[in-house]
Design a protein around this ligand. Structure first.
Ligand SMILES: C[S@@+](CC[C@H](N)C(=O)[O-])C[C@H]1O[C@@H](n2cnc3c(N)ncnc32)[C@H](O)[C@@H]1O
Length: 275
């Protein structure tokens, strides 16, 4: 977060620097290759410079394709509008909300802004790796202050796999692109925690990537299997909504990682196992 900035900063600024640094390093290699070639060096060094330049440009392009969407203000705004629309369809806007892996609090603050009767708690581990990408606890607090919702947003350092909350504390649990970052042997434990901290009848909206290796991290073979595992935790209306179907195109490689929303509602009364 920069000095007196009055606009909220939502992180990932370092992404641009990374793409710029790879492109600049590639350009340096091109200049070196041309200069060394012209000065009559043996071909080995200029050739090495050309190879390095190609690798660096390719890495920069890959980075842009993979993560470019996070610094595209239009794409991220459309995503957050869609996120809030999904929330609106699930919940009456009143009570306590939990945002897991809140980062700089974008989802937490957006919900507090749009739902004046909500009190949102954002949790995150804010490790050093993520601080490098701009995600910090103080940054999340500052976001809430800038948006004028700091009286209804609280931020707590906590692990998604062991939430420090009692059973049934929240009306709504959300998460935006955080579950895939949590290092646990089986990520379904994260949904167990979501269901545990929800009050009966409370809803959840977990947005993340659910394709390929992201899905395998839940120890399932397919999305319907994951939805079923979540339903078996005492969840009704469990479903997966593909981001594309919800009108969000993140572009680049992101679309191949199957972004979407896994949503549902904790059963109001546990039926004792039979349906
Ligand atoms: C890709 S960022 C998403 C941040 C934010 N939700 C957003 O949409 O901008 C992933 C976040 O997950 C957090 N995270 C990673 N492991 C976590 C864990 N075990 N518990 C809670 N948060 C975690 C990281 O610190 C990081 O802020």
């Amino acid at each position: 977060m920069k000095g007196n900035q009055k606009r909220p900063y939502y992180g990932y600024g370092a992404n641009r620097y990374m793409i710029g640094a790879l492109a600049a390093a590639g350009m340096v290699c091109v200049v070196l290759a041309i200069a060394l070639g012209a000065s009559g060096h043996s071909t080995a060094i200029p050739t090495t410079c050309w190879v390095l330049a190609v690798i660096l440009f390719a890495a920069g392009f890959f980075w842009y394709l993979a993560f470019g969407f996070v610094t595209d203000a239009g794409k991220t705004q459309r995503f957050h509008d869609s996120f809030v629309q999904q929330v609106d369809a699930l919940w009456d806007g009143k009570g306590r909300v939990l945002d897991i892996g809140t980062g700089l609090g974008r989802a937490a603050v957006e919900i507090a802004r749009r739902f004046p009767e909500a009190h949102v708690v954002g949790v995150d581990t804010w490790t050093r790796k993520w601080e490098f990408w701009g995600m910090s606890e103080s940054g999340a607090r500052k976001t809430a202050e800038i948006e004028g919702v700091s009286d209804r947003c609280t931020f707590v350092r906590a692990d998604a796999a062991m939430l420090p909350f009692d059973d049934g504390e929240f009306e709504l649990v959300v998460s935006s692109f955080a579950f895939h970052e949590v290092k646990v042997p089986d990520r379904t434990v994260l949904f167990e925690e979501v269901v545990r901290v929800l009050r009966p009848g409370g809803a959840f909206l977990i947005c993340d990537m659910f394709g390929g290796r992201f899905l395998n991290a839940y120890r399932v073979q397919s999305m319907p299997q994951l939805v079923q595992r979540v339903r078996d935790m005492g969840v009704e209306e469990g479903q997966f909504i593909d981001a594309g179907r919800a009108g969000v195109d993140l572009g680049g490689l992101a679309r191949f990682w199957r972004p979407g929303y896994l949503t549902g509602r904790k059963r109001a009364r546990q039926s004792g196992g039979t349906t």
